[in-house]
Design a protein around this ligand. Structure first.
Ligand SMILES: *[C@@H]1O[C@H](CO)[C@@H](O)[C@H](O)[C@H]1NC(C)=O
Ligand SMILES: *[C@@H]1O[C@H](CO)[C@@H](O)[C@H](O)[C@H]1NC(C)=O
Ligand SMILES: *[C@@H]1O[C@H](CO)[C@@H](O)[C@H](O)[C@H]1NC(C)=O
Ligand SMILES: *[C@@H]1O[C@H](CO)[C@@H](O)[C@H](O)[C@H]1NC(C)=O
Ligand SMILES: *[C@@H]1O[C@H](CO)[C@@H](O)[C@H](O)[C@H]1NC(C)=O
Ligand SMILES: *[C@@H]1O[C@H](CO)[C@@H](O)[C@H](O)[C@H]1NC(C)=O
Ligand SMILES: *[C@@H]1O[C@H](CO)[C@@H](O)[C@H](O)[C@H]1NC(C)=O
Ligand SMILES: *[C@@H]1O[C@H](CO)[C@@H](O)[C@H](O)[C@H]1NC(C)=O
Length: 383
């Protein structure tokens, strides 16, 4: 959560500097205009890469303005070198086979040690570093092997984030190098009467030692593990209230970051949470010229596609390339369709076959966006 807020400003400055950008703000009540149809992760309208990762379908011109989201693939991402990382996300064209990760902000390097490690840096100038996976996960088990920072005010994070801000976190604030925090958000929201965050203690120094941090996100329950041991489990049913299911349920990218929480522009609570203001005279910072956090690997095991998709036997499940939002759904659970549509900016647009749908009880998806067969009854989406 905090990471999104924090990197927003430098990114905004960056996009305002770009020429093809119309810096119109967007949200669900004020969606983007035809001329710049896609609402970015940061709430600004544009086209091109604005329509890729982070594009919010409900704040965009229409629900299908954003490009389809690259489907989950089982993978073990290692950082032997940084060649699978696109060094600037604004140049991404939607081909998730070409790159595994994009750099959204900041600076990275590879230590070239012990078979390669991704180093994400934080300097007084760069405002921190954030990377996003090019593929999405719609339920699955994700593990990051990482070493955190060890400085007050500096936060290391490994999270999943959907385009409508469903979020699941592992976060490592400041100087607390023997603990990690788990957290979750539904559409950017935590009920005010609830604390979704929890602290997990007793780790060997997370700056000096690699640990495996796992997010096991399944349709009905969510667990966080450290080194293969479950430390917390929540159930979807615990988050159903007032007719809404406030449980992460939309396809999400994996994000890795190091970011400055202990700075003037942060709220008091954030600074305290992160262990205080950053000391830019810290000897580590002085000698290296930066703070950094290391990632050794990230593994992704996708949840099985819903059984009905394999039963949508008009087409092979292996043809599924992408997720799209088919509708807002009900009760806080948008309808996510699995499709064979292209995820590329120059790819084919509307009217492809949907190979299956998830988010309720589904039987079969039919041609294009004009109609869906939902649990046997026809629902016109009228898009
Ligand atoms: C949505 O954006 C409009 C225009 O920028 C703004 O006036 C409005 O306050 C925003 N609404 C929300 C809920 O943020
Ligand atoms: C995507 O990238 C891969 C690997 O670079 C390439 O083989 C493939 O042709 C690309 N696909 C499209 C549609 O551009
Ligand atoms: C990506 O490129 C844009 C446009 O050239 C630039 O403004 C931005 O700072 C770059 N981002 C990164 C992370 O280097
Ligand atoms: C790691 O190796 C790459 C490729 O050889 C090189 O460009 C880079 O400078 C090296 N990084 C460090 C920290 O030595
Ligand atoms: C799958 O094929 C069987 C047998 O051909 C057929 O009865 C059934 O209706 C098909 N299911 C779907 C979802 O098309
Ligand atoms: C599904 O794929 C298999 C293997 O590629 C092929 O033999 C089969 O005919 C395909 N089925 C359909 C319905 O396309
Ligand atoms: C989606 O549905 C929720 C309630 O389930 C509602 O609060 C929200 O305004 C809807 N959003 C859009 C874009 O229609
Ligand atoms: C998607 O599947 C349909 C039906 O099998 C096929 O006609 C269409 O060409 C496919 N589209 C793409 C982009 O592969």
């Amino acid at each position: 959560m905090w990471s999104t807020l924090s990197i927003g400003l430098p990114f905004l400055v960056a996009i305002l500097a770009g020429e093809s950008v119309k810096a119109t703000a967007c949200n669900v009540t004020t969606p983007c205009p035809f001329s710049a149809p896609c609402c970015s992760e940061f709430g600004f309208c544009g086209s091109g890469h604005f329509c890729l990762g982070g594009c919010n379908p409900f704040a965009s011109r229409s629900i299908d303005s954003c490009k389809p989201e690259p489907v989950c693939k089982d993978a073990e991402y290692v950082f032997t070198d940084n060649s699978r990382i696109l060094s600037n996300s604004t140049f991404f064209e939607g081909n998730a086979t070409q790159y595994d990760w994009v750099l959204d902000s900041g600076n990275i390097f590879n230590t070239n040690k012990t078979g390669g490690e991704l180093a994400m840096t934080l300097t007084e100038k760069n405002g921190g570093t954030k990377l996003s996976s090019t593929r999405y996960v719609h339920y699955g088990t994700i593990t990051a092997k990482l070493k955190t920072g060890r400085w007050k005010g500096v936060v290391t994070a490994f999270i999943t984030m959907s385009d409508i801000k469903d979020e699941i976190d592992w976060e490592f604030p400041g100087a607390a190098t023997t603990e990690g925090q788990s957290n979750l958000f539904w559409q950017g929201y935590i009920p005010t009467d609830k604390t979704n965050g929890a602290t997990h203690t007793g780790l060997s120094d997370t700056y000096s030692n690699y640990h495996d941090f796992t997010i096991d996100w399944q349709p009905d329950s969510l667990s966080w593990s450290i080194d293969g041991k479950v430390v917390r489990t929540v159930k979807k049913s615990d988050f159903v209230e007032g007719g809404l299911t406030r449980y992460p349920n939309t396809p999400s990218r994996v994000q890795l970051s190091i970011w400055p929480a202990g700075i003037e522009s942060s709220g008091k609570g954030t600074v305290e949470w992160a262990g205080g203001m950053i000391d830019w005279n810290d000897p580590d910072y002085k000698s290296a010229g930066q703070f950094s956090a290391l990632v050794k690997s990230v593994s992704v095991k996708c949840a099985n596609l819903p059984s009905l998709i394999s039963s949508a036997n008009a087409t092979n499940a292996t043809d599924i390339t992408s997720y799209v939002y088919a509708s807002n759904g009900t009760g806080g659970v948008p309808v996510v369709a699995y499709t064979n549509r292209s995820t590329n900016l120059n790819g084919v647009g509307r009217g492809m076959t949907m190979l299956g749908v998830e988010g309720g009880k589904w039987q079969l998806a039919v041609l294009g966006f004009t109609a869906l067969l939902v649990a046997g009854s026809q629902v016109a989406l009228g898009l």
